[in-house]
Design a protein around this ligand. Structure first.
Ligand SMILES: *Cc1c(COP(=O)(O)O)cnc(C)c1O
Length: 451
């Protein structure tokens, strides 16, 4: 790259004000939100890095397409555009729209899985796991072993452990594995990419045993760009060619258009199997909508059709990956422990290493997230013991970067605040629970400074 300054590959035509608060105000706001950043009002947040899902900015082309939305119930022009755009990239025969990724997952697993089945994945996203388990099947994560070591730097830490997959197929039998899933990029594994070589090895193994391979494709464009940058033989291919090559290794996919669809809502399910597609469409009609809209408005289908193509533009991907890496590298250089190397959509701070004096029962991740808000109005999310209880593998604070929303100066500010908090880390103390719901407690929990 010729310049070290990251130039946003867009200029700003419409602006949305963000609100500044004082430290004293944030102290009060934090207390009334019971130290749980989910309970803050978004208006009281300066830089919102809670999630990259559905929080992106649409382009002028997407907004223009929105006005072209055909809201006909059946056979709309917008569905045709959507289907062509999806097929151009993904190449699958049947394209089934859904209101978001989890709706596609529910339909897929309902049709393909039954009680006693096993679904392997490099790492299941939480809604994917929940939808597998909801039909009585078992969700098994088979990441490469290094995926659980935050400090280990490898180019494709999202890869599936192919030897473990082979062992699993032998152990439980092909007849109990209705499909294998590969998540690109591996979100729950730190936003780390999967290599083409790994996808090919997984595909070969699946097809040797007659098992279909489905991609959880949410961040397929970021994954394609990492392959271009890091995998030998791909430097001269376009991200679209790389994505097409990868999807040709599978039999279908699920997708949340709130990620690399560059839209604020939407998703889809694809398959090459005619019989499955018919069953999936029948289920879609029952709960989502007619197969040419699937719970989305025609204007949403238009926005996704354009967004999918924009997510593969190299100028955009260069900025996207560089700006996430910029944040990660600038804090990591100064000693802040993060999951390495920086992923595509987020930076994960290792809160256990950041606050070694805070015991795990006092939620170091939640305490650090609260401190980042107090110091600079930044909202992040704990991915650790509050979210997963005793099942937590690591204590992380995720800073997810919305697409095309923040500029380099916003990111510089985030770096500055994190480094300030790093300097005074010894003074940060833990939190204790005062209320928890029986399930998914992190969304509504109340906490207070530990006694
Ligand atoms: C977001 C996400 C999903 C679920 O999509 P929703 O649109 O939030 O329902 C599934 N898998 C992965 C990897 C995701 O990141």
């Amino acid at each position: 790259m010729p310049f070290s300054t990251i130039i946003e590959p867009f200029r700003i035509k419409s602006v949305e004000p963000i609100s500044f608060t004082t430290r004293e105000q944030r102290q009060l706001l934090l207390r009334s939100a019971h130290y749980n950043l989910f309970l803050l009002k978004a208006d009281d947040v300066l830089i919102d890095l809670l999630t990259d899902s559905g929080t992106g900015a649409m382009s002028t082309h997407q907004w223009a397409a929105v006005m072209e939305g055909d809201e006909s119930y059946a056979g709309s022009r917008s569905f045709d555009r959507f289907k062509h755009s999806v097929q151009d990239i993904f190449g699958y025969k049947h394209v089934i729209p859904a209101h978001q990724g989890r709706a596609a997952e529910r339909i897929l697993f309902h049709v393909m899985c039954k009680k006693g089945d096993v679904v392997p994945n490099n790492t299941h996203f939480d809604t994917t796991r929940a939808n597998v388990e909801y039909v009585g099947a078992e969700a098994i994560d088979l990441p490469m072993p290094e995926a659980r070591q935050p400090g280990t730097v490898l180019p494709f830490k999202g890869n599936m452990n192919v030897a473990a997959l082979e062992e699993l197929i032998e152990r439980v039998g092909r007849e109990h594995i209705p499909l294998v899933m590969l998540t690109v990029t591996n979100n729950s594994g730190g936003g780390q990419p999967v290599s083409m070589a790994n996808a090919r090895a997984v595909s070969n193994l699946c097809h040797q045993h007659g098992i279909p391979l489905y991609f959880d494709a949410c961040r397929f464009a970021e994954n394609a760009y990492f392959i271009k940058l890091r995998e030998p033989g791909y430097a001269d291919k376009t991200p679209k060619e790389i994505a097409q090559e990868m999807f040709a290794l599978g039999d279908g996919c699920t997708m949340s258009a709130k990620k690399d669809g560059m839209a604020n809502i939407g998703g889809f399910l694809c398959t090459n199997d005619d019989l499955l597609a018919r069953q999936e469409e029948n289920l879609l009609i029952l709960t989502e909508g007619y197969p040419t809209y699937g719970g989305l408005a025609g204007r949403d289908l238009e926005a996704i059709a354009v967004g999918l193509q924009e997510s593969l533009q190299e100028d955009y991907l260069r900025y996207r990956i560089a700006s996430t890496a910029y944040l990660g590298n600038h804090i990591s250089e100064r000693g802040v422990p993060i999951v390495l190397p920086p992923g595509g959509h987020a930076i994960y701070i290792d809160a256990k290493a950041f606050l070694p004096h805070v015991p795990l029962e006092q939620f170091p991740g939640v305490a650090l997230a609260a401190e980042l808000y107090l110091e600079g109005g930044i909202r992040s999310v704990e991915i650790g013991s509050l979210m997963f209880g005793k099942a937590a593998q690591m204590e992380l604070v995720r800073l997810a970067i919305p697409r095309r929303v923040y500029t380099q100066s916003h990111i510089d500010y985030v770096v500055e605040i994190i480094l300030r908090v790093w300097e005074k880390r010894a003074q940060i103390s833990g939190l204790q629970l005062t209320y928890e719901a029986p399930f998914l407690r992190h969304f509504t929990a109340h906490l207070e400074p530990a006694a």
